[in-house]
Design a protein around this ligand. Structure first.
Ligand code: HEC
Ligand code: HEC
Length: 291
């Protein structure tokens, strides 16, 4: 019957839409960026990081990478603590994105050592053979322009000292983007507070396994570890793994949970079985000398 009374219909439809708009847009806008939303420890980007952020925008990294961990179990397990609005107060504009051709980068800071990033940016395929991320080694050829960052500082109202600006003189765009990536999501100390819980008892299920079977697990090592520890465990970005007398359980936990602040990511995502296989492969590799 309402559809026969156009004026009433318009008024009712407008009200319905208005309620929706207020609940989903106006109220959240009033809530974000209030004082209560501020998080202590969240700092503006440094001059170098800000330059890196602008390279990130220019290169459209956000077409393949999002920068927000949603409060969903699957997101949190994969990437870490979910993003808080207060963490983005210095993001102008924000880069949350909606496309994940590559992984989310909101919790990237501190996940890898700098050396990993330089190598990965030079040639992603040298570390992840099937990735479709382009090579960016040419960023090394472009030095930063301190005059430009001076002007950005005035616009964004970030406090840089003359020394900080001068320090950009011998840096290039690659240094800047690596500095930016190491900052992402690391303003809150979430790594220290998240603990990976290992389900079940820590008992090596492969103590009786023969040498040939253990050697066949080398592919798990090559896929996940060789980029940092070298194909022969000789060490590169991470330390050499041969010649250490690791205890089964300690080695398992180390691989499973990673080393916080050490640049060694955890591999709980592989599942306990594969981590046990790696544990045995590494212990055995050392015991056997050269394979
Ligand atoms: C065509 C899509 C694409 C573009 C563009 C792209 N990436 Fe990626 N990126 C990927 C894919 C796929 C992966 C996962 C495999 C890998 O590590 O290479 C990835 C992985 C990464 C990782 C590793 C993340 C992790 O947690 O392991 C970083 C860091 C990264 N990209 C940074 C960048 C930056 C910075 C740019 C822009 C200069 C960029 N990417 C542009 C597709 C892309
Ligand atoms: C992103 C690079 C990176 C990847 C990938 C990586 N590691 Fe590491 N790993 C490191 C770094 C860096 C250290 C040193 C951390 C420290 O001591 O603070 C380390 C340390 C270790 C150690 C302890 C070494 C010692 O004696 O001090 C072991 C064992 C280890 N990694 C095994 C593995 C295994 C197995 C894999 C594959 C599942 C792997 N790592 C993948 C970077 C990496």
């Amino acid at each position: 019957m309402w559809e026969k009374k156009p004026v009433l219909l318009i008024v009712l439809a407008t009200c319905a839409i208005l309620v929706g708009t207020i609940v989903t847009m106006v109220l959240p806008f009033a809530w974000v960026n209030t004082e209560a939303d501020r998080i202590e420890g969240v700092t503006p980007y440094t001059a170098l990081q800000q330059e890196g952020r602008d390279v990130y925008i220019r290169e459209g990294c956000n077409n393949c990478h999002s920068q927000t961990v949603r409060p969903l179990v699957s997101d949190v397990l994969r990437y870490g603590e979910y993003s808080k609005s207060g963490e983005f107060v210095y993001d102008r504009p924000f880069l949350w994105g909606s496309k994940r051709t590559g992984p989310d980068l909101a919790r990237l800071g501190g996940k890898y050592p700098d050396a990993w990033h330089y190598k990965h940016m030079d040639s992603p395929r040298s570390m992840v053979p099937k990735t479709n991320m382009p090579d960016y080694e040419w960023l090394r050829d472009y030095p930063l322009d301190p005059q430009m960052i001076q002007r950005k500082m005035e616009t964004l109202d970030f406090p840089y000292t003359p020394e900080e600006i001068k320090a950009l003189e011998d840096k290039n765009e690659m240094d800047a983007i690596v500095a930016y990536m190491q900052k992402l999501g690391s303003d809150i100390p979430w790594r220290d507070t998240t603990e990976t819980t290992i389900v079940g008892e820590l008992v090596n299920p492969y103590t009786e396994t023969d040498q040939a079977t253990i050697s066949s697990w080398g592919s798990i090592y090559l896929e996940n570890c060789a980029a940092c520890h070298g194909e022969q465990m000789e060490g590169e970005i991470g330390p050499e793994l041969i010649g250490e007398d690791y205890d089964d359980e300690i080695l398992f936990e180390l691989i499973y949970s990673g080393i916080t602040d050490g640049g060694m990511p955890g591999f709980s995502s592989l599942g306990t079985d594969k981590v046990w296989k790696l544990t045995n492969f590494i212990r055995n590799y050392k015991a056997d000398g050269d394979q």
